[in-house]
Write a protein that binds this ligand. Structure first.
Ligand code: ZN
Ligand code: ZN
Length: 255
């Protein structure tokens, strides 16, 4: 399975998961034009996309969906709660899934799992090609047993490391925003994410990429050593998804 990011952070998120003839766009938080530009950068023509899979309805995850989905007649997979928040213009393209049931889109199997976040019915995913598993977890205020069970044994993890608690505390964010981000329905801080890595089975892990970093309240210089320590690996092995360029194609391989 191959995967890449078009960009990750509070100004837009979109991830590609590809296997065989199937290429999924997970979230589309950039404008359709910007999304197409970023897809080209990764060597993907929009015509090649199989479907859009949506985690939740926040703007940084859905901004480009209405235009892109209509232009290419792409099915939009979403939970009922998320679908209810999407534009009526894409109602005919919606394919609802249950956040508790595995489903397939062509060559890729998708295991959704619910997460605590301030949206209507937010989910995150583990993608599988039958051999390898790629786990995606962003936009969750805390970990849960369901999350940890889902992410255990993955071959690749795309894991939110949203903020450093002290940086957020000392930031110029208004109090309500500080509270929102750090609440149990907000975003994972670096220490929470590192703890998840220590709790779950990472024996199969080939890739770890930190996602959804706050540009103001976090720094790779904090995330890299923390993740490396949790995984007992070299810092150079830990990836960072940036807002501007995401990260380039990575692949799970047979060991
Ligand atoms: Zn987000
Ligand atoms: Zn969100």
């Amino acid at each position: 399975m191959r995967f890449a990011s078009l960009g990750s952070g509070s100004r837009g998120n979109a991830t590609l998961i590809s296997h065989g003839k199937t290429t999924l766009l997970v979230d589309c938080g950039f404008s359709a034009r910007e999304t197409e530009k970023r897809l080209q950068r990764l060597g993907v023509d929009s015509q090649q996309l199989t479907a859009i899979v949506v985690t939740h309805e926040h703007g940084d995850h859905i901004n480009g969906i209405r235009v892109l989905a209509r232009k290419y007649k792409l099915p939009v997979y979403a939970t009922a709660g998320t679908a209810a928040c999407l534009s009526a213009d894409v109602a005919h393209l919606i394919a609802e899934f249950s956040s508790h049931e595995v489903f397939n889109i062509d060559d890729i199997e998708i295991q959704p799992f619910p997460v605590p976040h301030d949206a209507r019915e937010p989910t995150q995913f583990v993608f599988s090609d039958g051999q390898h598993k790629v786990g995606l977890l962003t936009d969750t205020g805390m970990s849960t047993p369901v999350i940890e069970q889902a992410l255990s044994g993955c071959d690749a993890l795309l894991l939110e490391a949203n903020h450093d608690i002290d940086m957020l505390d000392n930031s110029e964010y208004p109090d309500h925003l500080k509270y929102r981000v750090s609440s149990r329905l907000g975003h994972l801080n670096n220490v929470q994410s590192a703890k998840i890595l220590e709790k779950i089975d990472t024996s199969q892990l080939q890739h770890i990429v930190a996602m959804h970093l706050s540009e103001r309240n976090n720094s790779p210089n904090i995330v890299l050593p923390l993740f490396a320590q949790s995984l007992d690996c070299d810092q150079s092995w830990v990836g960072i998804a940036t807002q501007e360029t995401g990260f380039s194609w990575r692949e799970t391989i047979n060991s």
